[in-house]
Design a protein around this ligand. Structure first.
Ligand code: GAL
Length: 409
């Protein structure tokens, strides 16, 4: 009996060693460096390790820095196994240059076409091939508020339009609190502008601008109202705003020093990490009305070609593990995002994610994130104008002119 047990455990140990020898190390570049982001990406790493992979973490702070590392490594001939990009056009050039492996086999086997929402499919599928694995869905334009701060300021209801929003910010200001925690960095400024555009001007204006690149929309009354609101919003930020990281902004809400933050639902990861609960400690809404468009963005991993057949198998394993129901639930609960799988049971998530999942069911509310609609170059020009507008006394007329020019870039 003793002998039997010994040989069984020896066999298991041997099998494990053989498995480990076969599993290749997968270096994964990403920009998930805040506490909640690190905790979330560990869920993917653990699931991958359980499936026999070996995860080698390469976290690089900041989205544009991380993407630059990946592109430089591909160009330099030492590509990572996988790399994070946004659900966007950011990796189209890599596809065009033949640098990325497709994951068609995994996509077909797991039925991505039926599982994933249209805007996500449109981003990852190019010329009929799947070049990225989606990880999550983030809406970059959620509104978050600290219940303690709002209570102190006497704000009792969520705003139903921009005027009510500014009225709440006035009360927070009068109470000596930071009305809105804005982090003045280019990407955060454009995220703020987009949230205002969706809420004030709506879907048509957003699509005319980002999708049709129609310069006439910039002169329309709703677009002008958006720029005016952006200008007005600047009167509610604190001296610590320039350069502030998004998670430091969320921390101001967590400790009750600031009332509001406009930020993607990755902010929720930070609340969760601080053991705060939606509905109790903080509130969330993705728009002023129940029919406000729901902006769909998020993250994907791409798989650079390495010329190594075993690595290609490892990449397919990672692609498959990421979309598995259990990984999706574990990762997205920590990340603050909602799952890419339309068949996920909402009961596995908190009330903010449930609101996101419900919004996603209504296709008329879907709106792709701006970087799915514009090339990185054009988007860069638009972001520069918005940033300049936010950080100077540039007039609405000058900003409109510069935005019309950016649409020609
Ligand atoms: C976004 C990304 C999110 C989030 C955020 C802040 O680009 O989609 O997953 O982590 O950056 O790091």
């Amino acid at each position: 009996m003793k002998c039997k047990l010994f040989s069984a455990s020896l066999a298991l140990a041997l099998a494990a060693t053989t498995g480990a020898a076969q599993a290749q190390k997968a270096e994964v570049v990403h920009w998930w460096t805040s506490s909640s982001e690190s905790a979330a990406v560990r869920e993917i790493a653990n699931a991958f390790q359980k499936a026999g992979g070996v995860w080698v973490d390469q976290a690089v702070a900041g989205g544009s820095a991380a993407r630059a590392v990946t592109i430089n490594r591909i160009a330099g001939g030492s590509p990572p196994a996988a790399a994070q990009f946004n659900t966007s056009k950011q990796y189209r050039e890599l596809i065009a240059e033949g640098m990325l492996s497709n994951v068609d086999a995994v996509a077909l086997k797991e039925g991505w076409e039926q599982l994933l929402p249209r805007p996500v499919l449109d981003s990852i599928r190019v010329d009929g091939h799947y070049y990225a694995t989606p990880v999550n869905i983030h809406n970059p334009g959620w509104f978050w508020y600290s219940k303690a701060a709002l209570q102190k300021a006497g704000v009792t209801a969520e705003p139903r339009d921009i005027d009510e929003f500014f009225a709440a910010l006035d009360k927070l200001k009068a109470a000596g609190l930071i009305p809105i925690a804005v982090g003045s960095q280019g990407w955060q400024e454009s995220l703020t502008f987009n949230a205002l555009l969706v809420n004030i001007a709506g879907k048509d204006s957003y699509l005319k601008f980002y999708q049709a690149h129609d310069p006439s929309v910039v002169d329309s009354a709703p677009f002008k109202r958006t720029l005016q609101a952006m200008r007005k919003l600047r009167g509610y930020v604190d001296a610590g705003s320039p350069g502030r990281n998004w998670n430091d902004g969320t921390a101001l809400l967590i400790n009750g020093k600031a009332g509001y933050q406009i930020m993607g639902d990755w902010a929720k990861g930070e609340f969760a990490n601080a053991r705060q609960l939606p509905g109790k400690d903080y509130g969330c809404f993705s728009g002023f009305t129940p029919t406000t468009p729901y902006v769909i963005g998020g993250d994907v991993f791409v798989f650079p070609k390495t010329g190594n057949a075993q690595m290609a198998k490892t990449q397919q394993l990672l692609a498959s593990v990421i979309v598995k129901p259990a990984t999706q639930i574990a990762f997205n609960n920590k990340k603050g995002s909602i799952p890419v799988r339309m068949d996920t049971d909402p009961a596995q998530f908190d009330i903010c994610a449930q609101a996101g999942i419900a919004a996603l069911k209504d296709r008329t509310r879907h709106l792709p994130v701006s970087d799915m609609l514009m090339t990185p170059d054009m988007l860069g020009s638009v972001t520069d104008v918005i940033s300049q507008f936010w950080n100077s006394n540039m007039s609405i007329e000058a900003a409109s002119r510069a935005l019309r020019n950016a649409l020609k870039s």
